[in-house]
Design a binder for this molecule. Sequence first.
Ligand code: SF4
Length: 413
Amino acid sequence: MGFDELSAARDAAIVNGEHLLLGGTPPGWKSVPVAPAPFYKRRYTWDGDLVMGCTIGCSFCYYRWINNSVDTIGTGQKGLRRICTPEEMIQWLDQSRLFKPERDIVMLCARSDGSMQVPEITEFLRIFPHGNPVFILHRAPFGWRQIKEWGPDRRAIFCTTITPSCPEFEGSPVKPPAQMAGLKRVFSAGIPAGRISVMLGPLNSNNIEAGVRLIRELAELGIQFLTYRGCSVGNFGVAPEDDQLRRLGFLDGGQDEKAHPAGHSYYRMKNWLAPEVERAILATAAECGVRVHRHTGTLYRDEFGMPVPYNRNNRPRTDELGQWGKADPEKIGKYLRWLGFHPLGVRETADGYFVQLPAEEVATEDVAMTVGTEFQTSVLFNNHRLAPTLGDLRFYATNHLLSLPDGWERVIE
Ligand code: SF4
């Protein structure tokens, strides 16, 4: 199947290039099989996996609503798919021009859980030659094995998401008391609080009381900062079962179920929090002395000292990140040319540095966030897309911006 035919192949139900990279081959795909990409997007972090799929099976997991990953979530060991070896993952990063060694955050287990791939992660850390921080997402309680194998590596950040549980909302089979016991083990092994990143959520009116109690317990344990999240719902080919999500208490009846930023193909509701829920979090955190982040940009910048872009979705993020800094427009242009673009001009505006690209060139969010990070400022484009199209992936391949997974080369030729 040729590229143009592929782009129009509606029976494969591919929404965009990111959808393809997420999971590879959805039901109905008629062309050569395409493996899932080790990393499928670059935002504040590189989100990737050695293994795809998760035996935990939270009811609100994003990957349940994506046709090429739905059968890997909560379907036991048989649902897990090995994506690549640690060597291949490193090779993939090193061959991707958008990736910057020694700087960018590598996030492992974005579509999975660290508990299902401990030896693979250990091996990744052993052979990864760069000093980049490696965030390991791990909802299951941390055990001694993880602590022994990852603890000595100062690049490794222990990340866990805790969903406050109550009779009205029990969305995850992993319960907070077991996770708290795991965090206690991490602390008792001497891992500093600066290497432990807790996300609290999803939160809504049903579990906010339990969430407030958890913030107090986390503070007592020694947690110094955390991120809090509202509820999100999406759809890449699999409609969420709203009735079931309501029965489980995830949809609480008071949410704006259509609240998402413009331009998203996937999200129907993104990180939605009621003002009173957020007020309760902020008040409790202030009382306990825990620093809290609504958005991950401030988390990575302020807690981990990472450079971040000040643009998001082709707008300046001044409200969340503060004023963007000055940069040299000529250097921005030169950097874009190195990435394969042909900018016609770069000028400073009230919202940041505005790049004029030729009509046929588009900066995707992967590119925009990379350029913003490089200059730690706001960089906006006349042509911008949140998620790459299949054509944008061809541009990625031509200019080595992102390596593409096995099978893809045959599809684009
Ligand atoms: S632990 Fe994470 S990846 Fe696994 S089912 Fe829950 S939300 Fe999904």
